[in-house]
Design a protein around this ligand. Structure first.
Ligand SMILES: Cc1ncc(COP(=O)(O)O)c(C=O)c1O
Length: 476
């Protein structure tokens, strides 16, 4: 029995579909009976039903999706909400396509995910980059400073694009950044892919619409317990053209959305509405207890804590282990944890991120600390200074526009001759998937050396045409 279906129309429609008698002569072609052909194929597809002809009639006569989206808009306090089955990637692309016309400038935090950069290429917008401030003590990016946005706003961008929280859980001084942008009537769009759980407990940061932002994009499958690639786009109509967002959203979304991701967004909204505060309290308690258990075995602080940052500027549900404090390698610890059946969200030489969500139990955290403590003790060595990760420290040098580079004729050149050439690739250590170089930017010696050392330290270098980094794709 689902306790949520009475207040979640898409969840109810999904469950009702499977409770009904049906002989479909429509898509999807598996007709929920592919197990007849093969049990493995059936296990994959027989729980699937689409929006059209599944959660609603083919002509959407019941408006079930619209009803669920209205409920989400009300819950988050937005004028407009859309559910996507294409992740925050799609939601970011949809909103960026709705902002202006090719050649317009947008102020963009360099911590932006690859999906924002691809959206800029699609929309033909020119980024005015804003670099994050780095906390000296921890080497962690703490967000965009007011001086940085003030500089960017002088170039008259049509919008500000921020990524909040950052990958390591830090948050910019958003009220100040939003006030500065709104003083120029510039909308603030926030990719909050990792902040879906914000706003519903006094000890968690506010969500970005509560702080006055004009749009919030979040992945319901990241910090919230939604279906893979489910995402939510919320927007306010004061500075944004909601009709245009609707058009861009539909232009870039599939015309056959799967029902389960959509229904999961509805169900997660209903869950937060009914139990958000209580479940968030439990999560915060479990995370604090876990950190205290592991921390008690070591003298120096080995996690990031909310008190390391100004009030409201860190996600207390985030577990960031600073392995450089222990002189250990995050990549090697990840490997050992993996052989104990534990997977981590991200590991590089200096840092490991564990994703904790509302579904984790005290037993899950106990299993993690039981596995982790002996590994950390065994691998402990002399403390290393925190190296500022390459992704946060590069100052981009523009050669040509990102869009021109994306469509240019290109060639591969050997790494030792690549310095000074214009990159045709986006290259990002992954995670966090933050670009070290974007198409159209110069491959400097800092970037080439930095990428090589990251790779040698065991970090996966994503999106490069030659992931071995022996050669680079450059503009011919
Ligand atoms: C900041 C940020 N934005 C957007 C995305 C893309 O989200 P999705 O995987 O839901 O498409 C990610 C993915 O990691 C991300 O970290």
């Amino acid at each position: 029995m689902s306790g949520l279906r009475d207040i979640a129309p898409l969840l109810d429609a999904y469950l009702s579909y499977f409770e009904s008698q049906r002989t479909p002569f429509t898509i999807p072609g598996h007709k929920q009976k592919a197990a007849r052909l093969d049990s493995g194929l059936g296990a994959l597809v027989d729980g699937d039903t689409p929006l059209y002809g599944g959660l609603d009639e083919i002509k959407l006569t019941n408006q079930t999706l619209k009803k669920a989206e209205h409920l989400a808009a009300d819950f988050w306090g937005a004028d407009y909400a859309r559910f996507s089955t294409g992740g925050s990637t799609h939601a970011n692309q949809a909103i960026v396509l709705a902002l202006g016309s090719p050649g317009d400038k947008v102020a963009v935090a360099r911590t932006a995910h690859r999906s924002i950069l691809s959206a800029l290429v699609l929309a033909g917008l020119e980024p005015v980059w804003m670099s994050p401030e780095i906390d000296v003590a921890t080497g962690v990016p703490t967000g965009i400073a007011i001086s940085e946005i003030t500089r960017a706003l002088k170039e008259n961008p049509i919008a500000v694009l921020l990524t909040e929280p950052g990958y390591l859980g830090t948050i910019s001084d958003l009220p100040a950044l939003i006030a500065a942008s709104h003083a120029q009537s510039v909308p603030v769009i926030i990719d909050a892919a990792w902040g879906g759980h914000f706003g519903f407990h006094p000890d968690l940061p506010h969500h970005v619409l509560q702080l006055g932002a004009d749009a919030l994009i979040t992945s319901v499958h990241k910090a919230l317990p939604g279906y893979s690639a489910s995402a939510l786009l919320l927007a306010q109509g004061k500075y944004l053209d909601l009709d245009r967002i609707e058009q861009s959203f539909e232009t870039t979304h599939t015309t056959s959305p799967a029902g389960a991701p959509l229904a999961s967004i509805d169900a997660v909204r209903a869950l937060l509405q009914v139990q958000g505060r209580e479940l968030s309290a439990e999560l915060l308690r479990n995370v604090a207890q876990f950190k205290a258990t592991v921390q008690s075995e070591f003298e120096m602080p080995i996690f990031l804590y909310a008190q390391d940052f100004p009030e409201g500027r860190f996600d207390p549900a985030k577990i960031v282990l600073r392995v450089q404090q222990l002189g250990a390698s995050g990549v090697e610890i990840e490997r050992e944890l993996q052989s104990a059946g534990i997977r981590v969200e991200m590991a590089d030489r200096d840092t490991i991120v564990f994703l904790a969500t509302l579904v984790d139990t005290p037993d899950d955290f106990r299993a993690l600390s039981d596995a982790l403590i002996p590994i950390l003790k065994e691998r402990q060595g002399p403390r290393r200074e925190s190296a500022t990760a390459l992704s946060w420290s590069v100052i981009p040098e523009r050669g040509i526009s990102m869009r021109d580079a994306y469509f240019a004729k290109t060639e591969m050149v050997a790494a030792d001759t690549a310095a000074g050439r214009i990159s045709a690739d986006l290259i990002a250590p992954y995670p966090p998937g933050v670009a070290v170089v974007a198409p159209g930017e110069i491959l400097t010696a800092q970037i080439l050396n930095g990428l090589k050392s990251s790779k040698d330290a065991g970090v996966r270098i994503a999106y490069a045409t030659d992931p071995t980094l022996t050669s680079y794709r450059v503009v011919r």
